[in-house]
Design a protein around this ligand. Structure first.
Ligand code: SF4
Ligand code: SF4
Length: 221
């Protein structure tokens, strides 16, 4: 999921100072789980904006805010409320904000959130980054733990010389990614594989931006 946090309201206030009326768009998926774009957050944002003398004409928690066509369809029932708003305030990730930009060609769109990373929810509203979306996965060779992400240096054949008592020299509060990989592979009885495999330098062309993918299969004629 995409991990978001609320932007500093002072910054947002500066962004929107010249506008009076807003339509809010949250997202029922990641932003709801992050507490940045579900029903309670939309309600709180409405109250905050109204306390600032602004008007909230309406709002929806979109099923999947980054899904352009789906969100556009959902918004049809809110046409009047949307028409009355000078601008759109998205409470989702940056992809959701840009879905709104695509949908509303003639209205300014502001994002109420900062998008942080692709993350795992480990406990209620606690998130860890475990994948950097490199486009060329090597988990099959590292016991399922990603050194590209879990090692602050992204070292592919570690640990580095700074590893101390199993902890990372860059972030001593975390365990060294390569110690974790070693321990995991030992547990899986794959230490020989750990010793035999030397990972080659990654082909970063797979993560060159902007990326696009067509995942649908063409119908056979
Ligand atoms: S190797 Fe790449 S795709 Fe696989 S988990 Fe790590 S960053 Fe993600
Ligand atoms: S100590 Fe381990 S996790 Fe930290 S930078 Fe070195 S190899 Fe990476």
């Amino acid at each position: 999921m995409i991990i978001t946090k609320k932007r500093d309201f002072k910054e947002l206030r500066e962004n929107i100072k010249n506008y009076k009326s807003f339509f809010l768009i949250g997202c029922s998926e990641c932003a709801t789980l992050c507490g940045t774009g579900g029903e309670p957050e939309l309600k709180a944002m409405k109250e905050t904006l109204e306390a600032e003398g602004k008007i909230v004409t309406g709002g929806i928690v979109a099923k999947t805010g980054c899904q352009v066509l789906g969100t556009k369809t959902e918004l049809k029932k809110n046409k009047d409320e949307v028409d009355k708003a000078e601008c759109i305030l998205t409470m989702s990730c940056g992809a959701g904000a840009q879905a709104a930009v695509e949908i509303f060609e003639d209205k300014p769109v502001f994002s109420a959130n900062d998008s942080m990373f692709l993350g795992n929810m480990t406990r209620y509203r606690m998130f860890d980054e475990r994948c950097s979306l490199c486009g060329n996965c090597i988990l099959d060779k590292t016991g399922g733990i990603c050194p590209v992400t879990a090692c602050p240096k992204g070292i592919l054949n570690g640990p580095c010389g700074g590893c101390k008592d199993g902890h990372c020299e860059v972030s001593p509060d975390i365990k060294c990614a390569w110690v974790r990989i070693y321990e995991r592979m030992k547990k899986l009885d794959k230490l020989q594989e750990f010793c035999d495999v030397t990972l080659e330098a990654k082909d970063w062309s797979a993560s060159q931006k902007p990326r696009a993918l067509t995942a649908r299969e063409e119908k056979k004629k």
